[in-house]
Design a protein around this ligand. Structure first.
Ligand SMILES: [Zn+2]
Length: 217
């Protein structure tokens, strides 16, 4: 089987995504690219994470042709491929429907820097305009919105996070969910204080310089 290592990681993080409450059932999807081999490992459509096996993972070339695996790829394959082809630093894509991030997206809001841990995604998280799931239009909207950051909210849908590793993309998805919860709670009782661009620049700089401390302390 092609991309054995990547298959195992995608299955492992699928389970973490389910157990961490970031998705329900078979919702959401994960991909991990091997840029040297120009291949992408992506979750199949319709298989629950708790029964997914490495052999279920679908392998595509970067033009979207299926080269290994007998399952159909995730219905969101278009934006996974679009993102790994968009920026050389994007190796992995994690898409969730986590509750708080999706709530912010359903309000039509971007997520501002209400907590420094948003730095896993950027100095704020933009909002991608709504389009039908699985559509080319949704993929185009995401590619036009994500910019240089590691995440974007999807209006009336959920969240997409990216990273140089699967762990980085997953952490961005987790942190955007955490900061979304903080933001909604803060807005429920008052007017949250938003960190300045300068403060966030320092956070982003520190995250880059001290990669091992990126989980935040
Ligand atoms: Zn979705």
């Amino acid at each position: 089987m092609l991309l054995q290592e990547e298959r195992v990681l995608v299955v492992e993080y699928g389970l973490r995504m389910l157990n961490g409450g970031l998705v329900k059932g078979s919702g959401g999807n994960i991909s991990l690219c091997n840029k040297d081999k120009t291949l992408l490992a992506i979750t199949p459509t319709g298989i629950p994470y708790d029964s997914m096996e490495p052999s279920d993972i679908v392998i595509l070339d970067l033009d979207g042709n299926q080269v290994d695996g007998d399952k159909a790829p995730s219905s969101e394959v278009a934006f996974h491929l679009g993102l790994v082809n968009l920026r050389p630093d994007i190796i992995s894509v994690v898409h969730t429907h986590s509750l708080y991030a999706t709530t912010v997206a359903c309000l039509g809001w971007e997520l501002p820097a209400v907590h420094y841990l948003i730095g896993h995604a950027g100095s704020s998280v933009p909002l991608t305009p709504y389009a039908t799931f699985g559509s080319k239009e949704l993929s185009e909207n995401i590619l036009a919105t994500i910019g240089i950051g590691n995440a974007t909210l999807l209006a009336n849908h959920g969240l997409v996070a990216v990273g140089e590793t699967l762990n980085e993309a997953f952490s961005a998805a987790e942190m955007v969910e955490y900061v979304s919860q903080i933001y909604l709670q803060a807005r429920a009782v008052g007017e949250p204080v938003i960190l300045s661009q300068q403060a966030m620049d320092e956070v982003l700089d520190k995250f880059q310089t001290y990669g091992q401390q990126k989980s935040g302390e």
